[in-house]
Design a protein around this ligand. Structure first.
Ligand SMILES: O=C(O)[C@H](O)[C@@H](O)[C@H](O)[C@H](O)COP(=O)(O)O
Length: 237
């Protein structure tokens, strides 16, 4: 257990090791996708980049489910080419879209264009037939309280977090980050059927604790918007 008092309705799925939590998360996600595929022609899986998800990606890639009917996409992406070490697309292709998951359909947030704004229409076209609501959403969190690329210092944050935002994807240009980014906006993320927050390390636990201390100040720590009933927290030391 993560020995934090999580908000009402938020489940603690913490474990003693990063690998154990990754395996547990992979089991939960595979189970949810399998159940969805009994009811719907396709299912959607939105994952986050960064370093935490790697063991989860590798475990999920081996799960036996009808991957040909699963749409996989990122919650956000750095606006870099796929051969760049900072590319989340590269991370997903190398660690998740292999083994049994190789047959999943990947919808890429990185499209041609010098900037996210220039490429935005192409990204929207790529996501045009993505069925909403998202079925499975895996979020990470930075120690500034960002999630996806909803950064506190992004000039676009307020519009991306607006519950009335009509766009499902938007550029993000936080000064704190070396690359411009593109991110799913709050409404599609908010409405996911299954949302997991995947965290590793004591620092992330302290950040989560800080986030819970002032839950209404969402623009200061965007993760706060997700600390709602139904969220499952998968944390390991
Ligand atoms: O592109 C990104 O950076 C991610 O989407 C981002 O939201 C990530 O989930 C957090 O920054 C946590 O990253 P770590 O897992 O590396 O701590």
């Amino acid at each position: 257990m993560c020995d934090l008092r999580l908000p009402e309705g938020v489940s603690d799925r913490s474990g003693d090791t990063a690998n154990g939590v990754a395996l547990d998360l992979a089991d939960a996600v595979a189970g949810f996708l399998t159940a969805r595929l009994r009811e719907a022609p396709r299912a959607s899986l939105v994952v986050s980049g960064g370093s935490t998800p790697l063991p989860f990606f590798r475990a999920l890639s081996g799960k036996d489910l009808d991957w040909g009917r699963v749409d996989v996409l990122l919650a956000d992406e750095r606006w870099v080419e796929e051969n760049d070490d900072a590319s989340n697309t590269r991370l997903v292709r190398e660690n998740l879209l292999k083994n049994k998951a190789a047959s999943a359909r990947f919808l890429s947030l990185k499209q041609p264009g010098a900037t996210p704004s220039e490429g935005l229409e192409r990204v929207k076209a790529e996501l045009a037939d993505l069925a909403l609501p998202i079925d499975v959403l895996i979020l990470g969190m930075g120690n500034d309280g960002h999630t996806a690329s909803l950064f506190p210092d992004a000039p676009e944050l307020e519009s991306a977090m607006n519950p009335e935002c009509q766009e499902i994807v938007a550029p993000a240009t936080p000064a704190s980050q070396p690359q411009k980014r593109i991110t799913l906006t709050w409404p599609p993320l908010r409405d996911a059927r299954f949302t997991a927050l995947h965290l590793k390390g004591e620092d992330k636990l302290q950040t989560l604790d800080r986030a819970m201390s002032e839950p209404d100040k969402v623009l200061e720590m965007p993760i706060r918007a997700f600390l709602k009933p139904g969220l499952q927290v998968f944390w390991s030391p």
